[in-house]
Design a protein around this ligand. Structure first.
Ligand code: NAI
Length: 698
């Protein structure tokens, strides 16, 4: 049963009961509708209360039904709302904790609404590239007022019920109930049981004193803020329809908007990302019931760029951290950076002074390994040098208590090799944070050959606690993200050799929607990082072709923003990238030495070569089992590499373009003598999907 029915005196109580958040799935809608009919037919019942069991009134649509025929099966949400609204006995919604999406739309179909303080109310559909399709855009402006309703619908953000209850003239809530919600709702229902006519939100007027000017202003603001997303503007037009049209016409307009948005690539991408995020936390052979180890104290080795940022994540979550370094000065420098970061947040009003103090009180430092003995998890973030890692892990093995988890933040080294430095490889794992580690959402969790399942489960859970998007990666050079980005960078280099400037490449990629093109990115991260890696990699694999331009740049000491010059020039203290004639000349000279006549390269070719390089490498990664699913790779790129959200990640984008078309382009690139023909051979998985007419999502 997914909605309970009981009669309390003269009032029938229908309680939605579909954990975790009473999603309005088919069974729940059906049970609720049956409840309404039963109450209608019971002469002893004078009024009806609709309530929600457990942690919510209702979180809206049942996401487990998304895209399945069940989502539309009768009674669908519209039918249920109509049934409630046209009931000839008063229906009272008893709202608490979470009232979102279809849950709020159902409540708006009731004749009265009572609410518990602290309830979060939202119409979040816009976040999935949709608009509230159950009458939300028509009823909320009528009940709450045009401006606050528009804000809620266009932003999708939850608002506290108390705030909404204070909106002048609002008819959203009839009473705020401080004590027991059900008792309060029953008392309210008894009071209004005989009042007629029954109030209906659809009969209210949505008014604005200067509607036309207001909507024009809002249109300008919304289009500027949501350039690549069609949904917010469509939401706005639907709210405008609530003002300008009769209720039934507005409902029709809303429905058309909803259907149109459902088929946009942007909504598909957002829904894909929504499910990808949830899927990423699931590991096929590690059940969710796997017991986890208790993590009450963290140790971090190295107080550099990464060690400091990593520590902040745990301090923010209220978990004590001890940092170890070899030198007192390094510790002091590291702690000073952490302080500086927090102080900047305090200055911006994002962090309260007392919270800052609380966080710093959780931090301690040491030079002695013995002080780490009581930590439950240690994260190593020392220099990227296998000999240094070896020394550190041998010491950790000697001092850490049994069962402690030993993690490495290495970005390129072999986690299995690191595990082998210890006598407890089952307790060793990779935690690959992204810089700045206190800001970036992505955490690649690297599963070694011997990593125990409960270690993996523990780290995934801890990652969630520090609000990261965790994606599991197997062991390989660069893991998921950097292994792919290397192919992308290689293509960027070839493009310079063939005729592009760094600016042209960056602009094309930024127009596609990346937060930053490859060369501006290199300048930000430091070109020396890649230089160091290339020296090692191309020594190991001398047959791999790549453009020498990046090495030539580094040989001139142009490491990027930190040296005031890289692919671009920089004015001290500023981050604006200014095209550099010196670099353009350097590239031209190199081109001449290669005997290459520059050609004009289209933005389309630039984007395709960079993005399809990601896709082809990703297909190898999937086939090798380094990534569990294509959508995990999308999450890596959306949360760690600034891939445009409205395109859903590289795999989702390739599916949208069509894998057949992607492979056709690859075949064309393979014919370019200045490119790497071998690389452009479609990965076997990709070739197979094309042959079978399938997509990555299949
Ligand atoms: P960093 O050079 O800023 O910091 C390293 C710190 O480790 C220094 O403070 C140093 O004094 C300390 N250290 C060196 N040897 C030590 C030892 N034996 N015991 C204790 N402390 C020692 O380096 P960064 O950038 O923080 O990198 C650290 C690790 O994180 C590397 O493995 C790197 O590959 C990885 N990483 C770096 C990223 C980045 O963007 N910088 C991103 C992801 C991973």
């Amino acid at each position: 049963m997914t909605a309970k029915y009981e009669v309390r005196g003269p009032v029938a109580v229908i309680t939605l009961d579909n954990p975790p958040v009473n999603g309005l799935g088919f069974e729940t809608r059906k049970a609720a509708a049956e409840g309404v009919e039963r109450a209608q037919n019971d002469a002893a019942v004078k009024a009806i209360v609709i309530a929600g069991a457990g942690k919510a009134f209702s979180g809206g649509a049942d996401i487990r039904e998304f895209g399945s025929p069940k989502a539309l099966a009768e009674p669908n949400l519209h039918s249920l709302i109509n049934l409630v609204e046209s009931c000839d006995k008063p229906v009272v919604a008893a709202l608490h904790t979470v009232v979102m999406g279809g849950g709020l739309e159902l409540a708006l179909g009731c004749h009265y609404r009572v609410v518990m303080p602290g309830t979060k109310v939202a119409l979040p559909e816009v976040k999935l590239g949709l608009l509230p399709g159950g009458g939300g855009t028509q009823r909320l402006p009528r009940a709450l007022g045009v401006e606050p309703a528009l804000n809620m619908i266009v932003s999708g953000e939850p608002v506290n019920a108390e705030l909404l209850a204070q909106v002048p003239g609002q008819k959203l809530f009839d009473r705020v109930i401080e004590g027991d919600l059900l008792e309060g709702a029953l008392a309210f229902a008894a009071e209004i049981a005989d009042a007629r006519p029954l109030p209906k939100v659809r009969e209210l007027k949505a008014r604005h004193p200067e509607a036309e000017a207001f909507f024009q202003f809002a249109r300008n603001t919304v289009s500027a803020m949501s350039k690549n997303f069609p949904a917010p503007l469509r939401c706005l037009e639907s709210v405008a329809a609530a003002v300008n049209m009769k209720f039934e016409d507005g409902m029709k307009f809303e429905r058309e908007g909803f259907t149109a948005l459902m088929f946009t690539p942007e909504s598909k991408a957002l829904r894909h990302a929504f499910f990808a995020e949830r899927a990423a936390s699931k590991i096929p052979d590690v059940p969710e019931t796997t017991p986890v180890r208790a993590i009450n104290k963290i140790a971090v080795i190295g107080a550099g760029t990464m060690g400091g940022g990593i520590s902040m994540n745990f301090l923010n979550a209220g978990i004590p951290v001890v940092i170890l370094e070899t030198q007192q000065e390094a510790l002091e420098r590291g702690v000073a950076t952490i302080r500086k970061n927090y102080e900047a947040q305090v200055k911006k009003g994002k962090l309260k002074e007392d919270k800052y103090a609380q966080r710093m009180a959780l931090l301690s430092t040491t030079l002695a390994y013995a002080d780490l003995a009581d930590a439950d998890l240690v994260i190593e973030a020392v220099f990227e040098d296998i000999a240094v890692k070896e020394a550190v892990f041998k010491q950790l093995d000697a001092v850490m208590k049994p069962g402690a988890i030993l993690a490495s933040n290495t970005s390129t080294l072999d986690v299995d090799k690191i595990a082998a430095f210890t006598k407890r490889p089952q307790d060793v794992i990779g935690t690959h944070f992204f810089s700045p580690a206190n800001v970036m959402k992505l955490l690649e969790v690297v599963r070694g050959k011997h990593t125990a399942k409960d270690v993996l489960a523990t780290v995934m859970q801890l990652g969630k606690k520090i609000r990261k998007t965790c994606v599991v990666s197997g062991v390989c050079d660069g893991f998921i993200g950097n292994r792919m980005i290397e192919q992308y960078s290689r293509q960027a280099g070839f493009l310079l050799d063939e005729g592009c400037t760094p600016e042209q490449v960056d602009k094309a990629v930024e127009k596609f929607g990346f937060a930053m093109g490859p060369f501006r990115m290199g300048d930000l991260a430091g070109n020396d990082v890649g230089w160091y890696i290339r020296k090692r990699r191309y020594q190991e694999k001398p047959e791999l072709r790549y453009s020498r331009t990046a090495d030539l740049l580094c040989e001139q000491g142009r490491f990027g923003q930190k040296t005031g010059a890289g692919w671009y020039d920089y004015v001290p203290g500023k981050r604006d990238a200014m095209p550099s004639q010196l670099v353009v000349d350097m590239i031209a000279k190199h081109r001449a030495e290669l005997g290459v006549a520059p050609r004009k390269i289209s933005d389309e070719e630039i984007v395709q070569r960079l993005v399809y390089a990601l896709v082809n490498e990703a297909a190898h990664i999937l086939e090798e089992g380094i990534a569990t699913r294509a959508s995990d790779i999308d999450m890596v790129y959306l949360t760690g590499y600034g891939f445009p959200l409205w395109r859903g990640g590289p795999m989702c984008y390739a599916d949208t373009v069509g894998l057949f078309n992607v492979v056709q382009s690859m075949k064309r690139f393979a014919k370019n003598p200045l490119d790497d023909a071998k690389f452009w051979q479609p990965a076997p998985l990709l070739a197979r999907l094309v042959a079978e007419g399938k997509s990555f999502n299949d």
